[in-house]
Design a protein around this ligand. Structure first.
Ligand SMILES: *[C@@H]1O[C@H](CO)[C@@H](O)[C@H](O)[C@H]1NC(C)=O
Ligand SMILES: *[C@@H]1O[C@H](CO)[C@@H](O)[C@H](O)[C@H]1NC(C)=O
Length: 804
């Protein structure tokens, strides 16, 4: 459940998930308003043994001594994993260092991500993240399975190697292929009429190349673990928001099963650690793209919940209209859904010559919404480090609108006068579909002036939509501007190519490419909300912004920077937590909640001013002074009383409510740093010099060596929050995320804000002695606030407390 809307707008619509049960967000109809609620599933097993160790003491007691500072960090990681962690595991347990591991340029910390394999199969939730600097392991998280591993699959009847089977059946079906096999009328209607000659040709081709086309022989019955189609169909029947589709899947199960076309993904090069085989499946009902499937293990808590055991599952990646699921479904009947993460998060929220840099008539960066300022003409003042060629240039080779087009130019870059560039594709999406390339977007012409009027009038309700659509040029322009600003800002705080940011082209700076943000303005798939889908690095993020029918004229979420920033921050936190290639670390419970909270916190920090003030989220769009959360963000406990213990309250199981508590805690922490270091009016670091070095300016502390340290409290907390995301473990708890921020300060400044940070966390119950018992996957449990700080800080008194 990741909907931006809260109980205040859709009464009592946020209920918790129950492990193993499906949960459907209700559609709400308030006073005749059609308010589209996206159905979203999110749950999974708890990991009672998972840890995040962030103090040298904890690491030394594991018997690890620092290595030579010059040693390759990946080698250090390997030694650490083998010496300290793997020794305790069974022999069939191995590991793989993931390719998305990277070194942070500023801090010098190498973030290494490790995946557990058992019997050669991935353990879907067996994750390690190890943070290394100068030969030292600074911290690590570990959720590797440490129990008794199941027998490998030697029994052919119990499990047949899909790879071998693929080749056998492929060969058989090719040999028995009938060139004129019957075509049923339904297939024609569905546009899937097979053309025999093409099929034969394709089959031959695939068989020849990689033995890749696989069809399941009829004699294998449905409880055969190697046939994942029944598991997939059962998941689709549960996941589809459309009851007719669900009914059709169940009624015509065999038909749907037989219509699926399964192929084996061929990897360009064999990987030395033998990746388990992957399949892609076409013709899956309600999926908008081929589904990816692979066999894996997942950890499920045993009776009593003290330990876990491994279950064999099919792991699917399913892209649907409004959801993008990563799910693990039991490989054996009854195909229970064991975990599911929706990579989508709601927030309730032809060649032209190079022209002059663009200008935009927009609510300038820092103006949160139309209620707090007016528009002005702003330049395309892109950050030269973050966006070296600006916001309107994109290499032809990385431009989806030129996919498959034979080029008649030798130019590398294509320059646009539309809201189409390397970081962002912004367009209308009134139909609410997935297509975006040919959707409408404004063309500013050779002067590149995106100057459009904005003067919506109050109309009768039935005309409100038409009225809003008149200003589509304005709203797309604003969305493009804000999204690019956020790209550039986060880049400068370390969300760069290797860390998994969103860009079509990475300028040879590493990371996976072709993943700019698809930003849909006035998306027709809903009202009064917004959402963001974050697949792993190398696949486009997709943001849908909605109109809000909370007032006349309608309010347009594209114009409220806080909502856009909240959404884009899902992409940030999902890619930074657990590594760029793992989008499954912030799925539910406390981690999912923090995924919401970081967005609120960053949006609030970005809009804040030197003179302290409280802020609401989404107040303009929702037409509600106190916004869409339970409380406004405030230092004053009588205004916002949220503490760690608040998570135990009824109504605090949904990720947005949990996120609100986390954002409030971070807000309090940030003020401690502002009290100490002062406030910077500009969160953007200075542009680099010609030689590529970044000057300190008034932004960073002067320093000859070591990492760049933001000088002021508000810029420092943004840096620590981002660095903390990189350090923390997959599926972090509040404690883990707190410890990661404190360690981020240790790495960046040598720990000089140790006491301020603890003072901030403990002020809202997240002190050293805070505790939780019986935590449940969806955020339940019994929490105790802790107000104590480490002994080193006991004499520490904040200026505010001193004055009382
Ligand atoms: C397009 O933009 C790129 C990158 O800014 C620039 O190098 C190139 O000269 C431009 N191309 C044209 C035809 O103006
Ligand atoms: C939007 O801008 C284009 C030029 O980019 C203009 O032709 C069109 O009329 C504008 N649309 C509206 C609805 O104002």
């Amino acid at each position: 459940m990741r909907c931006f809307l809260t109980a205040s707008l859709v009464v009592a619509s946020l209920a918790g998930h129950v492990y193993g049960h499906r949960h459907v967000a209700p559609t709400s109809l308030e006073e005749g308003r059609t308010s589209h609620r996206r159905k979203s599933l999110g749950f999974g097993p708890e990991h009672p043994h998972a840890v995040f160790h962030s103090t040298p003491y904890q690491i030394q007691t594991n018997g690890f001594t620092p290595m030579d500072p010059a040693m390759d960090p990946l080698e250090v990681a390997r030694i650490f994993v083998e010496d300290v962690l793997m020794g305790k595991l069974s022999e069939s347990s191995t590991y793989r260092i993931r390719g998305d591991s990277y070194t942070d340029k500023n801090t010098g910390v190498t973030h290494v991500y490790v995946r557990q394999l058992v019997n050669g199969l991935e353990v879907a939730d067996g994750d390690m993240n190890i943070n290394i600097k100068d030969g030292m392991v600074l911290s690590y998280g570990n959720s590797f399975f440490n129990g008794v591993t199941p027998e490998p699959f030697t029994n052919v009847n119990a499990f047949r190697d899909p790879r071998q089977e693929a080749c056998e059946t492929m060969y058989n079906s090719f040999m028995s292929f009938q060139p004129t096999h019957p075509v049923d009328s339904e297939q024609i209607i569905m546009g899937q009429a097979p053309t025999p000659s093409a099929d034969i040709h394709e089959a031959q081709h695939l068989l020849h190349d990689n033995c890749g086309l696989m069809s399941f022989p009829e004699h294998l019955n449905s409880d055969d673990m190697s046939d994942f189609r029944p598991a997939l169909l059962q998941f689709m029947a549960t996941a589809t928001p459309n009851a007719d589709v669900a009914g059709d899947i169940l009624n015509r199960f065999t038909h749907h099963k037989d219509s699926m076309k399964v192929s084996q993904t061929s990897h360009f090069a064999p990987s030395h650690d033998e990746q388990p085989i992957e399949f892609t499946v076409d013709n899956v009902p309600d999926a908008v793209n081929p589904v990816k499937a692979k066999l894996a293990y997942i950890q499920v808590p045993t009776e009593g919940g003290e330990t876990t055991e491994l279950h064999l599952v099919w792991k699917f990646e399913v892209e649907m209209q409004d959801n993008w699921y990563e799910t693990s479904v039991s490989a054996t009947a009854p195909h229970k859904i064991i975990s599911v993460v929706d990579w989508a998060s709601d927030a309730p929220i032809p060649k032209v010559p190079q022209v002059v840099p663009a200008t935009y008539n927009v609510f300038k960066w820092g103006i949160n919404d139309p209620a707090v300022g007016s528009r002005s003409i702003e330049k395309e003042n892109f950050d030269s480090l973050a966006s070296p060629v600006g916001w309107h240039a994109i290499p032809y080779a990385h431009d989806p609108s030129f996919k498959g087009v034979r080029l008649t130019t030798n130019d590398f870059y294509r320059n646009t006068t539309t809201t189409w560039g390397n970081n962002v594709f912004a367009q209308e999406n009134w139909e609410g579909q997935n297509a975006y390339i040919y959707n409408y977007r404004p063309d500013a012409g050779s002067k590149n002036e995106f100057h459009y009027e904005y003067d919506p009038q109050e109309t009768e309700k039935p005309d409100a939509m038409d009225e809003a659509q008149k200003y589509i040029n304005t709203t797309i322009t604003q969305l493009f501007y804000t999204t690019n600003m956020v790209h550039d800002l986060y880049y400068r705080y370390g969300f760069d190519e290797v860390a998994g940011n969103f860009q079509q082209y990475n300028f040879g700076r590493g990371g996976a490419e072709n993943d700019g943000v698809i930003a849909n303005a006035q998306d027709g798939s809903g009202f009064n909300n917004a959402n963001f889908m974050t697949p792993p690095d190398g696949q486009n993020g997709r943001m849908r912004m909605y109109l809000w029918n909370t007032a006349l004229p309608y309010r347009d979420g594209d114009l409220e920077a806080g909502i856009v920033i909240h959404e884009l921050s899902h992409g940030l936190s999902t890619r930074l937590t657990g590594g760029p290639a793992n989008s499954g670390c912030l799925g539910w419970g406390e981690s999912g909640g923090m995924g919401e909270g970081w967005g609120d916190f960053l949006a609030t920090t970005i809009r804040s001013n030197k003179i302290y003030s409280d802020y609401a989220m989404g107040a303009w769009a929702a037409n509600r002074e106190s916004g869409i959360r339970n409380y406004v963000y405030s230092l004053d406990e009588t205004v916002n009383p949220s503490t760690y213990k608040t998570l135990d309250k009824p109504g605090y199981w949904g990720v947005h409510a949990i996120g609100e508590v986390w954002a409030e805690i971070l807000w309090v922490v940030s003020q401690k740093l502002i009290e100490k270091h002062g406030y910077s009016d500009d969160l953007f670091p200075p542009a680099p010099l010609e030689d590529g070095t970044v000057p300190a300016g008034d932004f960073y502390r002067p320093s000859k060596k070591g990492p760049l340290v933001p000088k002021y409290g508000n810029s420092l907390i943004v840096q620590l929050v981002l660095n903390g995301m990189k350090l923390q473990t997959c599926r972090p708890s509040f404690f883990d995320a707190r410890d990661a921020i404190i360690q981020a300060d240790q790495v960046l400044t040598g720990g000089e804000n140790f006491c301020e940070l603890w003072a901030g966390f403990s002020a809202r119950g997240l002190g050293q002695d805070a505790s939780v018992i019986n935590r449940t996957p969806w955020g339940g449990g019994v929490r105790t606030n802790g107000y104590s700080v480490p002994p080193a800080c006991k004499d520490y008194v904040t200026p505010k407390e001193a004055s009382i």
